[in-house]
Design a protein around this ligand. Structure first.
Ligand SMILES: C[S@@+](CC[C@H](N)C(=O)[O-])C[C@H]1O[C@@H](n2cnc3c(N)ncnc32)[C@H](O)[C@@H]1O
Length: 457
């Protein structure tokens, strides 16, 4: 586009025509896209132009002149401002449709597979208060240690007590811990000059067990009055079975550092998933929505149509939730994962549940898979559940070379999944169907399960 038809600070009336994949309303002014927070398709709004780029700009909604029938009232607009719940102004049924459309779009545009069926998104009955984990930044505001969340695309803290999508017991615990920290005059971290002490409070709470883990992320090891603070937390929060100090001295956006000290109790909590018990360490991955994780895994097992003689690979295995949940339906499970603590959890979880036909090793999927191929392991079904960046392309080639009957690809990023499905197709595996599951209500994130089968002709 040569001429940009609008100017910064201009106020104008527009019609919202679309919702971006990040949940922002999109209006077009003479073809020039303007992204607007808290705006829904079909709405006529008054907007002020905030930012102009070469290809698109951003606007701030001033008022709604015509409201979408799909809009719902939100408790607190900070949930949109912080990006905690960027779809919370859209009715839940519509959120589910929006997610299905997102998956369809990437299949058409990225994977070039318009023929693949994308089924309806499986939603939750109560789509809030579901997160079993919180990672809350701690900063000094008006001279006081404060907790909240960052404004979108910034590190400016917006104080917040009710996070809406988090387990309310976690929200309450954050407030109690904050008050204790204020009482002991703990210094909040200042990222501008990498000074101060407390950076983040991370909390996990077992959905079934209600066991709570509190991780205090600090810049330095020396914890002035640490013992007293720990004692007070335990006194006020009897669900806490684990308090960990994680030390992160670096000037970085990465929350957890390398070094960890157990200040109280165990280095892990237990939770139950699909009738099995799992221990979860601070650095191990565990799906944040336990209820929907059960729905996700059950659907994945159903699609896998497992047989008692099957050999299964659980790639990117975390604490072994997928492989150990299905171990009693198959002959053997091999799992691999990069985080050592998570692999130890998986090994312990196998013992805890009396599972003898599963083994877990530490390493990158792309390094372990060629080794297993060399050793002559012949999987019938391979489950892959990678992080947002998707699969390593050499991993896909090696895995396809091992000639399994099918793959079950669980993904938290439809865009990288669509890219990977193309590589699978080149290597002889076609995508049969895609099932979106809503693990992250009120947000733009969506989890999907793809079933891939070997090409027969
Ligand atoms: C989305 S999680 C899934 C974990 C587990 N399957 C579950 O459902 O809880 C992805 C996991 O892959 C691990 N990971 C990241 N890169 C990896 C790699 N190159 N090889 C193996 N595992 C990796 C992460 O540490 C994380 O535990």
């Amino acid at each position: 586009m040569e001429i940009i038809p609008i100017k910064k600070n201009q106020e104008l009336e527009v019609t919202v025509v679309d919702l971006s994949y990040l949940g922002m309303g999109v209006a077009k002014v003479e073809g020039y896209p303007l992204f607007i927070e808290n705006a829904l398709p079909g709405e006529r709004i008054q907007v002020k132009v905030l930012k102009i780029g070469k290809k698109f700009g951003f606007g701030k909604m001033l008022s709604i002149l015509k409201t979408s029938p799909h809009r719902q009232t939100i408790e607190n607009e900070d949930l949109l401002r912080t990006g905690i719940a960027p779809l919370s102004h859209l009715q839940y049924e519509q959120q589910l449709k929006f997610k299905q459309e997102q998956v369809k779009n990437v299949l058409i545009k990225t994977a070039k597979m318009p023929e693949v069926q994308v089924t309806d998104t499986i939603g939750m009955k109560e789509p809030f208060g579901y997160r079993n984990k919180a990672q809350i930044p701690v900063r000094k505001m008006n001279g006081v240690l404060q907790t909240g969340f960052y404004r979108k695309n910034s590190h400016e803290l917006i104080p917040l007590d009710h996070f809406f999508i988090q387990d309310p017991e976690i929200d309450a615990a954050i407030v109690i811990i904050r008050e204790i920290l204020q009482q002991f005059e703990v210094k909040a971290y200042n990222e501008k000059d990498n000074s101060g002490f407390l950076r983040h409070i991370v909390i996990r709470r077992g959905y079934q067990t209600h066991e709570m883990m509190v991780v205090l992320v600090t810049r330095k090891e020396h914890f002035f009055q640490g013992e007293k603070i720990v004692q007070k937390i335990q006194e006020k929060l009897p669900e806490v079975v684990s308090i960990i100090q994680n030390i992160n001295p670096k000037q970085t956006n990465v929350i957890l550092g390398e070094q960890e000290k157990v200040l109280l109790g165990r280095s892990f909590i237990y939770d139950q998933l699909l009738g099995k018990t799992f221990r979860i360490s601070a650095k191990s991955f565990y799906q944040v929505n336990t209820q929907q994780a059960e729905v996700l895994y059950q659907k994945a097992f159903e699609l896998a149509n497992l047989e008692k003689s099957d050999v299964v690979i659980d790639a990117y295995s975390g604490i072994g939730t997928i492989g150990l949940s299905l171990a009693d339906q198959v002959a053997y499970v091999y799992g691999m994962e990069t985080i050592k603590q998570a692999v130890i959890d998986a090994q312990e979880n196998a013992k805890l549940n009396g599972i003898k036909n599963a083994e877990y090793v530490t390493g990158k999927a792309e390094d372990i898979m060629p080794r297993w191929k060399e050793e002559g392991i012949k999987p019938n079904v391979i489950f892959v559940d990678p992080p947002r960046k998707g699969l390593d392309q050499t991993f896909i080639e090696t895995a396809c070379d091992m000639d399994p009957e099918k793959f079950i690809y669980i993904s938290c990023n439809p865009a990288t999944m669509a890219r990977d499905l193309k590589t699978f197709a080149v290597n002889g595996y076609f995508t049969d169907s895609i099932q979106p599951v809503d693990l992250f209500p009120q947000t733009h994130h969506v989890e999907t399960i793809a079933l891939l089968q070997k090409k027969t002709s």
